[in-house]
Design a protein around this ligand. Sequence first.
Ligand SMILES: NC(=O)CC[C@H](N)C(=O)O
Length: 395
Amino acid sequence: MTTSTGLSTGSGTGAAVLVLEDGTRHVGHAYGATGTTLGEVVFATGMSGYQETLTDPSYAGQIVLQTAPHIGNTGMNDEDPESRRIWVAGYIVRDPSRVVSNWRATGSLDDTLVRDGIVGISGIDTRAITRHIRSAGSMRGGIFSGADAALDAQEQLRQVTEAPEMAGQNLSAAVSVDTVQVTPAVVSDTVPRIGNLAVLDLGVKQSTLDNLAARGFDVHVLPQASTFADIAAIEPVAVFYSNGPGDPSASDAQVAVLREVLDAGLPYFGICFGNQLFGRALGLGTYKLTFGHRGINQPVLDRATGRVEITAHNHGFAVQAPIDGAFDSPNGYGRVEVSHIGLNDQVVEGLRALDIPAFSVQYHPEAAAGPHDANYLFDRFRDVVVAHLSTKDSK
Ligand SMILES: NC(=O)CC[C@H](N)C(=O)O
């Protein structure tokens, strides 16, 4: 058992305890809302961008630990949220900022955590927990604060071990829109309107929608349970599957719809969860990484250009595929290749179909937060769609 004592006053009052499913305990301070929260404990290595991290729906069901020791000093603003609320199941911070100082700030992180009911803990040894997760793997955990901090340790551990594991969870319904939402294309002298794009909302980020609209797509965001008929009804020129929380192996319905999309010959682009579901549609498997990739400084090789990009990541699962050269897709969509590879661990970071207009990446070309090295992928998608439309016209 590891126990660390708090180093900061934190924002909440009173004690809090982080309990991992292997029995590890860290005692610190209540932070944000008080009570009990359960989820998969993961660490994120971004030195900045906590607002984008917290509002990324892909983190639903996860208790996020920030390895950056000092969080909250720029507060919260009205421009950076990636969705309508904070989605993390819980928040672990070493040393929350006691003051907010930024010209864009409209509120504090602490108040927003309380507003959205996010239970957190501060003042614990985040480095020790990160090193533990790196070797033992991401695991279930719980934060207990307020009166719950005083619960019997065995009772706290029981609650943690009875919580669902991330493997096998389908969380799309919890984060997706209920009705179709449209973001019109941002057209100009240099950006022509391309047509309607169907975006399946599995937990999409605002920056992704903005990037797609800026390429001339009228972006129609569809609920996660949409059928192929729902997609066809908007007469799309192409289809996009977003990032999102949960285990890709638990999304059979969306994979079946994607197969209909590919069978119909519609161009396809997927990001993160959308990459994993593309892999599954092609007939590939997915698996859980030991501790995943979450941060804004991950090196990725684009095999088409030989260029190394520094990129934003947030994934705990990955696609299983041969990384040495093209191969036949098991489900009969022709030849496929792994287009991008993570240079830290050789994980598949992108897939490209060679015989149909479809590709995807495991990481985040929209960044938010993170470097913009991979933003060209939105241009690549626009070019694929425009080329596809021109071959259709010439037939
Ligand atoms: N950002 C994402 O789309 C994450 C995809 C998936 N939930 C994973 O953890 O791998």
